[in-house]
Design a protein around this ligand. Structure first.
Ligand code: NAD
Ligand code: MG
Length: 312
């Protein structure tokens, strides 16, 4: 495989058409044929086979977030990386949070953001630490010179077949990273967010269709939906909009680092009406829409981006 200047293998999607070109969603991307693979948690996009499209070449910006300042958690890889890249191409500066072990992926995203002519502030830190949730917001505000978009996207997903085998450590960690950190970061951010700001939480189709082996994870996603609808009402009078995006099956490192049983990977995403898994950049326009002023009357909404699976 060819290497790009930043040491990452060259992207398989370099030739993809952009998101604004009329095209068939069935064939926009091929059905994945991922080999069985396993990465320690957290996985790296760098080592994912096949590679994903995070919009490096395929996302076309149209100036919808000009001058905006966004903090995105879990921004080194997968969905968060696609959001960071799209935001930058739409004119925003971005602060990226991720785990220290994910530095190579974060550096890659930083390179793409800078190529788009925007600023990328790298803020590694473990969100299961309460203090990190607060310092992260402060550092983002310092690095960006303010804050008007918060994307709570970091998430932990480890499949466990039987409840008896779900140990207390995982249970607590999943709830701490997925929902408690979301409360803490959002609370810390509020004092900095001017009217017009947008908060976007990544939830999941698992909030309504829980898989039997994702009890802890799916419960946190249901909580995120509820948090989003409640907080949306609380903050609307202050001019801050809160919404969520609920992805279906997207090909990201989370899936190969314990998120799915290994046997399930070759079939990943094929049971959706569209017949294939999503590529991370296919989620980016939903976040851009909810972040931009064009969604001024959209509050407490969960935008489902899932290849056609019915959802409430
Ligand atoms: P991903 O592995 O690329 O991203 C998850 C990120 O969460 C990691 O990159 C990591 O930086 C961050 N994270 C995990 N634990 C952390 C911790 N303790 N401290 C700080 N950061 C931490 O996978 P993804 O699929 O892009 O996941 C992003 C979000 O999308 C998650 O909330 C996930 O639940 C959600 N989601 C994904 C899918 C899917 O099919 N991929 C479907 C529905 C929802
Ligand atoms: Mg990652």
């Amino acid at each position: 495989m060819r290497e790009s200047s930043n040491g990452h293998p060259q992207d398989a999607h370099e030739e993809s058409t952009d998101q604004l070109t009329f095209q068939d969603p069935v064939t926009r991307y091929p059905v994945l044929e991922p080999p069985k693979q396993d990465q320690p948690e957290p996985g790296l996009d760098r080592d994912l086979v096949p590679r994903t499209d995070r919009g490096e070449f395929s996302y076309r910006g149209t100036g919808r977030l000009e001058g905006r300042k966004a903090l995105i958690t879990g921004a080194d890889s997968g969905i968060g990386a696609a959001v960071a890249i799209a935001f930058a191409k739409e004119g925003a500066d971005v602060a990226l949070n991720y785990l220290p072990a994910e530095e190579p992926d974060a550096q890659y995203v930083k390179g793409v953001v800078e190529t788009a002519g925007r600023k990328a502030v790298l803020l590694p830190g473990d969100l299961s630490d309460r203090d990190v949730c607060e310092t992260l917001v402060r550092d983002a505000v310092d690095g960006l010179g303010g804050l008007d978009i918060l994307v709570n996207n970091a998430g932990k997903q480890i499949a466990v077949e039987r409840l008896e085998d779900l140990d207390d450590e995982q249970l607590t960690a999943t709830f701490t990273v997925n929902i408690i950190a979301m409360f803490r970061i959002t609370k810390a951010a509020l004092q900095h967010l001017p009217a017009g700001s947008s908060i976007i939480n990544t939830t999941s189709i698992q909030a309504y269709q829980p898989s039997p082996d994702l009890l802890d994870y799916a419960s946190t996603k249901a909580a995120i939906n509820n948090f989003t609808k409640g907080l949306g009402q609380q903050l609307a009078p202050r001019g801050i909009r809160v919404n969520a995006v609920a992805p279906g099956p997207f090909w990201t490192p989370l899936q190969v680092s314990g998120g799915q049983p290994k046997e399930a990977l070759p079939e990943f995403g094929t049971s959706t009406p569209l017949g294939r898994a999503g590529q991370p950049t296919e989620l980016a326009p939903a976040y851009v829409f909810l972040a931009s002023p064009e969604s001024s009357y959209v509050i407490g909404e969960t935008l489902n981006v899932n290849g056609g699976s019915p959802s409430p």
